[in-house]
Design a protein around this ligand. Structure first.
Ligand SMILES: [Zn+2]
Length: 152
């Protein structure tokens, strides 16, 4: 199992039959929020990191689904580690789940709802209303902010 920050936030205890991995980034987030469970969870977690080669595979896949904007560097680490050690991801983050589906990495949501199909995103201009399939820093036509929407 590889746990992301969203999973750690709702986890009270690591089940004894889990071999639970986190990345350095997940640990840093847990410590940043001064989570009260950090002290008793940390000894139960193994810290590992994927190679940069696997991280690049994940980044490429994120470009393909349009998830790049929604994935933090820590999310990418989590996906890459799960891919590399062939572990299941425990996460409630829809973008991680979405990309896990693409990468054929198994995931288990803490909230048990999960998503069933891969979502592709569009970028809608808040100014002129034009819809783009690719991500831009801002609207290439009018320069306004872009909002992500589900592609139908
Ligand atoms: Zn525009």
């Amino acid at each position: 199992m590889v746990l992301d920050t969203s999973a750690l936030f709702v986890l009270e205890q690591v089940p004894s039959d889990w071999e639970a991995f986190v990345t350095d980034g997940v640990l840093a987030e847990l410590e940043k929020y001064k989570d009260r469970r950090a002290d008793h969870l940390l000894p139960l977690l193994k810290v590992s990191q994927a190679t940069s080669r696997t991280i690049n595979i994940v980044k490429q896949a994120a470009k393909g689904t349009g998830d790049t904007a929604r994935l933090s560097p820590v999310d990418v680490e989590v996906l890459a580690l799960a891919l590399e050690i062939e572990a299941k991801i425990i996460t409630d983050d829809y973008s991680i789940q979405n990309l896990a589906t693409v990468l054929k990495v198994e995931y288990l949501p803490m909230n048990m709802k999960g998503i069933t199909k891969v979502i592709r995103w569009n970028y809608l201009c808040t100014g002129c209303g034009k819809v783009f399939k690719e991500q831009h820093a801002d609207c290439p036509i009018c320069g306004s902010l872009l909002r992500t929407t589900r592609r139908r």
